[in-house]
Design a binder for this molecule. Structure first.
Ligand SMILES: NC(=O)c1ccc[n+]([C@@H]2O[C@H](COP(=O)([O-])OP(=O)(O)OC[C@H]3O[C@@H](n4cnc5c(N)ncnc54)[C@H](O)[C@@H]3O)[C@@H](O)[C@H]2O)c1
Length: 349
């Protein structure tokens, strides 16, 4: 992409260090400056990534009057609104996911963005991971025939206790993790008509809200879209798995997501696909894919905002107007889980 608007980063935390800035370096994006309420953290990141300006306050950024400029907000969800309120009307902003803690907060962010005429997008970046872009291309080319099945299945050990803020959160797994998969499924199939879900706690993580989930996204009679996550598999690597599978009438793709396996080291991703030729199934083939979810996917979510600022597209694909539906799905999943399934005593009476 030729046009690259400068970026100011708000929040100098883990995700900026691990994913945003490594991705932007790869993409050759211009980082104009960084701000964090904790200036020492901002200074350390600025030094590491060679960022020219470290701001003392949000007002200092606004006062510079840089135009165009993209605000890249990566602060805890509870601080997002406070940051947005300080942006000039019409600003371009990429906001870290989730879009608020629940649907009410998501609606408030959406309304605020509309009122202030922001070009606002949410950093649901899995949509742009290189292996997902490769899958999307194959599917768009018709290599799978009619897409009728998406399954995301994760059986790993995730040390949730490392993120201490989660102990305070009434929602954990779907809001912070499966939300990526819900957003991904939407990016292929659009909005489901409804959601069935059951999300549960774990006896050894009883101080946390639910950490394992089964989510069915309802696309009617011909499509199956399932998300199954168990983050509590503490029994070694032998039976850990983490994959995204697409099936159509003429072919299938299976992507092994290495990032979540053997945490925090990860293993290599793998992209395999098969297509029918005539009535015969071909052979499973492996496609070499350059780059992964972290950090490469983070280029895509920022690029959408950049393309909008450049006038090349009318709005980001990951705009708040679109992502509000991912938040609606998350809300529906929690409500479905609370409501429960059909009770046996309604059947046996
Ligand atoms: N895959 C993903 O997209 C992904 C992965 C991890 C985290 N996240 C999200 O990214 C956000 C940040 O996560 P993290 O792990 O970097 O957290 P972190 O705690 O490491 O960093 C957050 C930073 O924000 C700063 N901050 C807080 N309030 C601020 C304010 N008002 N103005 C400026 N700076 C402020 C803090 O001082 C801290 O340095 C969270 O919303 C989290 O959910 C997304």
């Amino acid at each position: 992409m030729s046009y690259k608007a400068p970026i100011v980063i708000i929040g100098a935390g883990g995700i900026v260090n691990d994913a945003h800035l490594p991705a932007y370096q790869l993409a050759g994006f211009d980082i104009a400056g960084i701000y964090d309420v904790d200036k020492e953290k901002a200074n350390a990141i600025a030094e590491k990534f060679d960022i020219p300006l470290v701001f003392d306050t949000m007002e200092d950024i606004v006062r510079l009057n840089l135009s165009p400029l993209i605000y890249d907000v990566a602060v805890p969800g509870s601080a997002v609104m406070k940051v947005l309120e300080q942006l000039p009307a019409g600003s371009a902003v990429l906001i870290q996911k989730p879009m608020g803690n629940d649907y009410q907060e998501a609606k408030a962010i959406l309304q605020f963005a509309r009122d202030k005429q922001l070009v606002a997008a949410i950093n649901f970046q899995l949509r742009y991971a290189p292996f997902i872009q490769a899958a999307r291309k194959l599917i768009q080319q018709g290599a799978l025939g009619q897409l009728c099945d998406i399954e995301i299945n994760v059986n790993v050990f995730t040390p949730w206790h490392l993120w201490t803020f989660l102990y305070e959160s009434p929602r954990v797994e779907i809001l912070y993790h499966s939300i990526h998969y819900i957003d991904l499924v939407r990016s292929f199939l659009g909005n489901p008509v409804g959601i069935y879900a059951k999300t549960v706690k774990h006896p050894e993580m009883s101080q946390l809200a639910s950490v394992r989930s089964n989510i069915i996204m309802d696309y009617g009679e011909m499509v199956r879209a399932n998300i199954i996550t168990n983050h509590c598999h503490k029994f070694g690597m032998q039976h850990q798995h983490s994959y995204i599978k697409f099936e159509g009438t003429q072919g299938a793709i299976k992507i092994n997501l290495g990032l979540l396996m053997n945490y925090p080291h990860g293993v290599a991703d793998q992209f395999e696909y098969i297509t029918f030729t005539g009535n015969e199934p071909g052979e499973w083939k492996t496609l070499a894919i350059e780059g992964s979810w972290f950090p490469h996917a983070f280029i895509g979510s920022m690029e959408q905002v950049m393309q909008t600022v450049a006038g090349n597209i009318s709005k980001p694909d990951n705009s708040v107007e679109d992502c509000i539906y991912t938040m609606a799905c998350v809300e529906a999943a929690y409500r479905s889980s609370e409501k429960g399934g059909v009770k046996l005593n309604e059947i046996i009476c």
